[in-house]
Design a protein around this ligand. Sequence first.
Ligand SMILES: Cc1cc2nc3c(=O)[nH]c(=O)nc-3n(C[C@H](O)[C@H](O)[C@H](O)COP(=O)(O)OP(=O)(O)OC[C@H]3O[C@@H](n4cnc5c(N)ncnc54)[C@H](O)[C@@H]3O)c2cc1C
Length: 165
Amino acid sequence: MFRKMRRIKQLLSMEETEAVMKRCTHGVLACFGDEDYPYAVPLSYVYFNGKIYFHSAKAGHKIDAIMKNPKVSFSVIDEDTVVSEEYTTYFRSVIAFGKARITEGDEYLDAFKALVKKYSGDQPEESKQNEINKCNQAYIIAIDIDHITGKESIEYVRIKSNSSK
Ligand SMILES: Cc1cc2nc3c(=O)[nH]c(=O)nc-3n(C[C@H](O)[C@H](O)[C@H](O)COP(=O)(O)OP(=O)(O)OC[C@H]3O[C@@H](n4cnc5c(N)ncnc54)[C@H](O)[C@@H]3O)c2cc1C
C-alpha cells in the first residue's frame, strides 16, 4: 500500500538510507493527535536493529496519540543546503512509516543503552550506567518500520554520477 517515489532516480539505496538514520541526531514524529489534528513533534532517536527508538515521558500529547493509534511516520533531514542562485536547496532526507509501541525488558534496556551510546558515548562507563539505572520515569518507544525511503535532490544524484565516471 505504500506509494512509490515519483522521482525514482532520487531514491537512496537502503545502505544510504540507513547511514542517514544512523548519523542524524533528530527527527520529527508525526502521529494522530487530538481532534484529528496531525501532531508532528521533534525528537532525538536511535536507529538500532532496524527500528527507531526514542525516549518519552509517560504522559503527554505524544504518548496519548500513540496509545490511541500506533500508526506513525518519522522523518529525518540530513542535508538542507540553500543554493540561492539556483533557487533551490540541495537536500537529503528519510521518511519511515511504522507502528509505535512501548518497549519492555531486554529490548528496553538495549535500546536505552543504544540511545546513551549515540548521544553520550564519550561519557565514562559508570556515569552512563548510573544514568540508565536512575531513569524509571520514562518509556522507551520502539517504531517497528513498515516502509522506509531516503531521497536526495537531483543535484546530489548528478554529483554522484559525475564522480563515478
Ligand atoms: C531536537 C529535539 C530533540 C528532542 N528530543 C526529545 C526526546 O528524545 N524525547 C522526548 O520526549 N522529547 C524530546 N524533545 C522534546 C519534544 O519535542 C516534546 O516537547 C516532548 O517530547 C513533549 O512532548 P509531549 O507531546 O508529551 O508534550 P506535551 O506538553 O503534552 O504537548 C502539549 C503541547 O505542547 C506543544 N509542544 C510540545 N512539544 C513542543 C515542542 N517541541 N515545540 C513546540 N511546541 C511543543 C504542542 O502544542 C503540544 O500539543 C526534543 C525536542 C527537540 C527540539
